[in-house]
Design a protein around this ligand. Structure first.
Ligand SMILES: Nc1nc2c(ncn2[C@@H]2O[C@H](COP(=O)(O)OP(=O)(O)OP(=O)(O)O)[C@@H](O)[C@H]2O)c(=O)[nH]1
Ligand SMILES: [Mg+2]
Length: 505
């Protein structure tokens, strides 16, 4: 037994030492307590060891979502969450209300701005003409100016919603101007495999001269992963990319935006149905219904004081991503060979300035889902009106296919927004006007999808450093049923290839 003097050198031993006047009974109780503490401590150590072993055994699959801005990356992530962590998705639906309200209010403002810039059309009014809207839509309001005045409170609501969603001091949104979806970009040099026409764009359709002030007034609201102030929070585990925070979105009762939107509902409806307003939009080539975050046809629901976003609403909401974020999914609905797999899905911002931020993830991913929105063949990039969206997608696809770091990474192509493509083609827009190499093929959705699939496949074959399989899907990722099936196939394929690779290693 160490002497008292030696023990005093060790302050811990001094504290732990039994009291000098301990009785035999006290000693027995103390020893019993110490044994119990040791048993608990050993159990904790064992649990930690077991956890480490589990971590080592756990399959981690990394999936990267790539594609230009508005291609549908974050929507695909939301679909993934809806499918595999449904309770988290359901819980978060209410948090999207403010985003959807802002999307709605912005659509209203686009109409009001267009009206302000086109007084002449209001005075002319409209009778007949080549309407591409519902002919039964009543000419509701004889005085659009009066309507505009009545909708003024929405300006304040827009500011309120922005303040609610964007953290203070975050002013980068000003760098992202809105650009009308009907704008046609003059394509730059045609891409090698798919020539995008340049000469066929009539000056009438090339309308990107849309007033500068208007584009500034329509900055897109974005979410920066990791923004944890009062705006958006990109939580890790099981949470969704670009999800709004709950801080100011309680179900306690209708908040100010909900009340004001409810009160303005009839006037918004009148504005949206008004023939003069529709004529102005038509002349300006503004097709709100084809733009992201279009909710004007859902006013009855969204204008309700008790509005709770549906799954479809959450998938249709538009919230731009800036930056990169990794989301960890432990699948709630895991089954069979999926159990124990941890999915890490990386969502990136797709606008041009953000492409360099993708690269650091290239050497650790198992698979990439690349989204090419093929409905954008007649549109310009929001961030660069001189670049055609389809051409930009082709160039990005080529860049990804040819990248040496990705030579052995599985590439899955989503030719996305097929629903919009279908509507566009049915409305009479001819693909051959924009994509010359399409020539005189039939202008129907099926032929067009087949054509794009073949072109993107050819690019992959030509540019991949090593041969690889082509996984190409025609998708509309806002649609629930079709997307569920496709994501299940992708999940199985990625997992299968991942397992094969781990066995090889
Ligand atoms: N109709 C239709 N809309 C879609 C489709 N895919 C995405 N969208 C909508 O398009 C908008 C843009 O989609 P996002 O998922 O935000 O696009 P993103 O690629 O994440 O864009 P960034 O964050 O800017 O890089 C959203 O309002 C979506 O609801 C589709 O297949 N069909
Ligand atoms: Mg996004």
């Amino acid at each position: 037994m160490p002497s008292r003097a030696v023990m005093n050198d060790d302050p811990l031993a001094a504290v732990m030492a039994p009291p000098p006047d301990e009785t035999p009974d006290e000693r027995a109780i103390r020893i019993q307590r110490e044994d119990e503490a040791r048993r608990i401590s050993d159990a904790i150590d064992d649990a930690i060891k077991q956890e480490r072993v589990m971590q080592k055994r756990k399959k981690v699959v990394k999936l990267l979502l790539l594609g230009q801005s508005e291609s549908g990356k974050s929507t695909t992530l939301r679909q993934f969450q809806r499918l595999y962590t449904p309770s988290a998705f359901r819980e978060e639906r209410i948090l999207w209300r403010a985003v959807i309200q802002l999307n709605l209010v912005r659509s209203v403002r686009k109409i009001l701005d267009a009206i302000s810039d086109h007084q002449d059309v209001i005075l002319e009014s409209t009778s007949g003409g080549e309407d591409d809207y519902d002919d039964n839509a009543p000419y509701v309001h004889p005085d659009l100016h009066e309507l505009k005045m009545r909708l003024l409170p929405l300006r304040h609501i827009e500011q309120l919603l922005i303040a609610k969603l964007v953290p203070p001091g975050e002013d980068e949104a000003s760098g992202f101007g809105y650009f009308p979806a009907s704008v046609v970009a003059p394509p730059a040099a045609s891409s090698a495999s798919m020539s995008v026409a340049s000469g066929s764009i009539s000056s009438g359709r090339y309308t990107h001269g849309y007033s500068h002030s208007l584009s500034q007034r329509n900055q897109e609201i974005f979410v920066r992963p990791g923004m944890a102030l009062k705006g958006f929070v990109a939580r890790g585990k099981g949470s969704i990319g670009g999800r709004p925070s709950s801080a100011s979105n309680s179900m306690d009762g209708p908040d100010e935006p909900t009340i004001v939107i409810h009160e303005c509902c009839r006037d918004i409806q009148a504005l949206w149905r008004d023939r003069s307003a529709r004529e102005i939009l038509r002349r300006r080539k503004i097709k709100l219904e084809e733009q992201s975050g279009f909710f004007l046809d859902d006013l009855d629901r969204i204008g309700s004081l008790r509005y709770l976003p549906s799954d479809d609403d959450v998938l249709k909401a538009r919230l731009k991503t800036v930056g990169v974020a990794e989301y960890i999914f432990e699948l709630e609905t895991a089954a069979g060979r999926d159990s124990g797999t941890e999915w890490r899905i990386i969502d990136v911002g797709g606008s041009r300035s953000q492409v360099p931020t993708w690269v650091p993830f290239f050497d650790t991913v198992d698979a990439i889902i690349f989204l090419a929105p093929i409905s954008g063949f007649d549109l310009a990039l929001a961030e660069d009106p001189s670049v055609n969206r389809l051409e930009d997608s082709v160039l990005l696809w080529k860049m990804i296919c040819s990248n040496e770091l990705l030579a052995h990474v599985e590439l899955v192509l989503f030719l996305n927004k097929c629903d919009i493509l279908d509507k566009k083609l049915k409305s009479g827009v001819r693909l051959s006007k924009y994509v010359r190499s399409f020539q005189d093929r039939s202008n129907d959705s099926e032929t067009v999808q087949k054509y794009f699939r073949a072109k993107f496949n050819a690019i992959q074959r030509e540019h991949s450093p090593a041969p690889r399989k082509f996984y190409g899907f025609c998708t509309s990722v806002t649609e629930i049923t079709t997307t569920s099936g496709i994501l299940a196939s992708v999940r199985d394929m990625v997992l299968r290839e991942h397992l094969k690779r781990s066995r090889l290693i």
